[in-house]
Structures are given as structure tokens and as C-alpha cells.
Design a protein around this ligand. Structure first.
Ligand code: ATP
Ligand code: MG
Length: 402
């Protein structure tokens, strides 16, 4: 990769329950950003998407980042990073502020209003992960580019995605331990959606379901805006744990069984190493199927409730897109489609070519690619944010202003 003529590099860091994944992209001047390299390391110190031991997590982050630096051939020191966990909340609201006579609205006025917005709606011990659906209004009228305009009153409506500050602090500490700066934070499922959904799906109305190891995250996107987000603290890792318990075998052996059989019908028996390591247990294929299926049905039920709550049964033209490692489970799209009665497809990291179904990168780096893609579209904005951060205006609100 060394010697690429135009380099404008962004790196996405996905801190997942089972793995740390890094994707490095070059925005370049082509129609799509070009992947420069990837890095991966099994996670440590992460539980259900939350960093619970920043030092352990930092060790894994360091390895994944170093691998990505070598693969990409570029020494990046800042990242777009996900913040996940079952405690993420989304709140919609709006604020208004008077504009002084003859004052022209500038970018810092927009940033100040966003800060005021977050201070108004968030309790003291919560931190902003991301601000989305941002709309500015001048004298009550929606304005796409308020900068340079005049008026009497500047308004803002937005959705803030927030997390308890303690969890944000753990991530910041982890990244400080490895000398990485945060360009911007984003919630994982929105980043994954960025990497797998087409513009048409986002406009028409689509649900993206990210089945990770510890969490299942569901977002409904319509008119290119986030309408609803819900996080369920159960993921594909629970299937592995259930199999290990139910078949009296190790997690490694259970993981293999899950990947091999998935939701397929298993005739006859399956042999798994027993826990003492001195032989095999012979278990009925039917039992294996039952264990996998009952946990998957729990996840499918969660999504079904999401669909019913939003009354989307008959009005989801973009269908449902499955992503995350759990989406690879054999037979899952077929079962899910029967269950939800809505068209379902698997979503792949869109930077890969056409035939990607067997490509590990298509799944493993989806969120990291989405984070980096978000970065490629926001470079100039981020420079503005940094100035504000350095100016000391923000603490718990940094890394997300737009
Ligand atoms: N072929 C497969 N069949 C079934 N499950 C799979 C397959 N490949 C990966 N998985 C499962 O996907 C999970 C990992 O997915 P992913 O990398 O999206 O999770 P994560 O980002 O680490 O977790 P989370 O998003 O919940 O924090 C693991 O539980 C793994 O066993
Ligand atoms: Mg994940």
C-alpha cells in the first residue's frame, strides 16, 4: 500500500464483546473510500459491549491497532470509536436561543446551541455518544445551512444518544492507555448500518439488526434519519454458552458446533469433547438444534416486539438487514423472514466486492468500516470540534459535535 498517491486516512475502532476490530480507509478521490488495512484481536475486559477493565481492553486495542497500522502502512493516532452497551438511551428534543440584532450565525453559534441542547436534556452523570437527526431553524423555519444567515431566533431539534459517564470514562481511559485520540464517538449499530445499508433503503425505511456476541442492537432508519434504537443484552455468544452447558462441553467446542450446524436440521448424533478432555459425549442432533433455536427465538422475539411497537409490519419497504457475527448463523435469514413476515437479507460491509458471503472481513469489520466511513464524511467538521474541545467548553460532550 505504501506509495498511494493521495492519502486522507480515517480509522474506525470497534470495541466489541468478542473482538476489537480496526478498519483503516483512504478517502482518496475515487467514488468510494478504499480500505487500506484491517486489524483484529479477541477482546479482553469487555462485557456486553461495555469496557469494564480499561487496562485489559487497552492491551487488545493496542494489538488490533498495531496490526491495522502495519497492514495499512500508515501510522494513524486518532480513531472514530463505537460506544455500546445496553444502557444507551436516545432522547429527542428541541431548544431555541435568541440571536443578537445584526449578528450573522457562525459555526461556533451552532456548536454552542448543540452544547446547550445536551446540557438541558441530559442528567449530570450522562455523556453524549452521538447527536443525530440534527435540524436547525431560524425564526421557526427549517434551514439546511444556517451559517451566514441572520434572524431573531436560532432553534435546534435533534436526537441525543447518551450513556452513563462512568462507561464513557472507561473507554477514554482505555484509549489514553494506548495513546489514541478520539475523533468522534458513535453508537455501534448506527455505524454498522452505515456500512451495510444502501441510500435507498435508508430513505424507504429499513431495520438493521446487529447480532453481536453480547448484544443484539436494532435501529429503524427512515428518510435517512434514526427513528428508533433498541438494545437487547443477548447475542450469539449466549448460544455458545447454552451449548457448552447443555452438551457438557467446552466453549471452544460449543462455538464450533454453533458455526457448523447453525439452524440446520441435524440428523443422528453429534460428538463433542467432554469437559474432562478425556473422551467424547454423543448427543442427539435434535438437542443441539433445540438449544440453538430457543436462544435464537428469544432474539427474534425481541426484534418482533420492536417491529410491533413501531407498527412496521406492513410498512417497511427496505425490509430487515441482518449484520454482526451472529447474522452468519446458518439458516438465520430464512427463519427470521418466516418469523417476522418481512423480507430479510444479510448485510455485508459495502466496501468489499460482490461475492462476499464467505469473506470474514465482510462481517468482522462491518462496524469498524462504518465508523471510518462516518469519519470520511466529517473531516472538516471534526477540526471545528477540536477547537471547541481545546477551548475548554466541553467535557462530557466532546467528540460528537457536528
Ligand atoms: N458462522 C457463524 N455462525 C454463528 N455465529 C457466528 C459465526 N461467526 C461468528 N459468529 C458469532 O458472532 C459473534 C461475534 O460477532 P461480532 O464480532 O459482531 O460481535 P462483537 O462486536 O464482538 O459483540 P457485540 O457487538 O455484542 O459487542 C460471536 O458470538 C461468534 O460466535
Ligand atoms: Mg459489535
Amino acid at each position: 500500500m505504501a506509495g498511494t498517491i493521495q492519502r486522507d486516512v480515517t480509522a474506525g475502532l470497534d470495541i466489541g464483546t468478542s473482538g476489537i476490530a480496526v478498519a483503516v480507509l483512504n478517502r482518496g478521490c475515487g467514488p468510494k473510500p478504499e480500505p487500506l488495512g484491517y486489524g483484529f484481536c479477541p477482546s479482553m475486559g469487555v462485557e456486553k459491549g461495555r469496557v469494564i477493565d480499561p487496562e485489559d481492553t487497552a492491551t487488545a486495542v493496542k494489538k488490533a491497532v498495531n496490526d491495522a497500522r502495519v497492514a495499512a502502512g500508515v501510522p494513524f493516532s486518532s480513531v472514530y470509536v463505537n460506544v455500546d452497551g445496553p444502557d444507551i438511551v436516545a432522547r429527542n428534543d428541541s431548544v431555541k436561543q435568541a440571536i443578537a440584532r445584526r449578528q450573522v450565525i457562525e459555526r461556533h453559534d451552532l456548536h454552542k446551541l448543540q452544547l446547550h441542547f445536551c446540557e438541558t436534556i441530559l442528567p449530570a452523570n450522562w455523556s453524549v455518544v452521538q447527536l443525530v437527526n440534527i435540524k436547525f431553524y431560524i425564526d421557526g423555519k427549517h434551514v439546511t445551512r444556517p451559517q451566514g444567515c441572520r434572524g431573531r431566533e436560532l432553534g435546534l431539534s435533534a436526537t441525543v444518544l447518551a450513556i452513563p459517564s462512568k462507561q464513557m470514562d472507561q473507554i477514554c481511559q482505555c484509549l489514553r492507555n494506548v495513546d489514541l485520540q478520539v475523533n468522534q464517538t458513535a453508537v455501534g449499530p448506527l455505524a454498522a448500518a452505515q456500512a451495510v445499508l444502501s441510500g435507498v433503503e435508508r430513505q424507504l425505511g429499513v431495520i438493521c439488526v446487529d447480532i453481536g456476541a453480547g448484544l443484539t442492537k436494532t435501529v429503524f432508519i427512515n428518510h435517512d434519519m434514526l427513528y428508533h434504537l433498541s438494545i437487547f443484552p443477548v447475542g450469539a455468544g449466549h448460544i455458545t454458552a447454552d451449548l457448552a452447558v447443555g452438551l457438557h462441553t467446552s466453549l471452544e467446542a460449543a462455538e464450533k458446533v454453533k458455526m457448523e450446524y447453525g439452524l440446520g436440521v441435524i440428523n443422528g448424533h453429534v460428538q463433542v469433547p467432554n469437559l474432562s478432555g478425556a473422551g467424547y459425549n454423543t448427543v442427539p442432533g435434535e438437542l443441539v438444534h433445540k438449544i440453538i433455536r430457543s436462544r435464537i427465538e428469544e432474539i427474534l422475539d425481541f426484534v418482533k416486539q420492536f417491529i410491533e411497537k413501531l407498527k412496521l409490519e406492513a410498512s417497511l419497504p427496505g425490509g430487515i438487514v441482518l449484520t454482526g457475527g451472529g447474522a452468519r448463523l446458518v439458516g438465520l435469514p430464512e427463519l427470521a423472514q418466516d418469523y417476522w413476515m418481512i423480507p430479510v437479507r444479510r448485510g455485508y460491509n459495502m466496501l468489499l466486492g460482490e461475492d462476499v458471503s464467505d469473506n470474514e472481513n465482510a462481517y468482522r469489520y462491518t462496524t469498524a468500516v462504518g465508523l471510518a466511513l462516518g469519519g470520511t464524511g466529517q473531516r472538516q467538521v471534526t477540526c471545528g470540534v477540536r477547537r471547541i474541545v481545546e477551548g475548554g467548553l466541553v467535557g462530557r460532550f466532546k467528540s460528537w459535535l457536528r
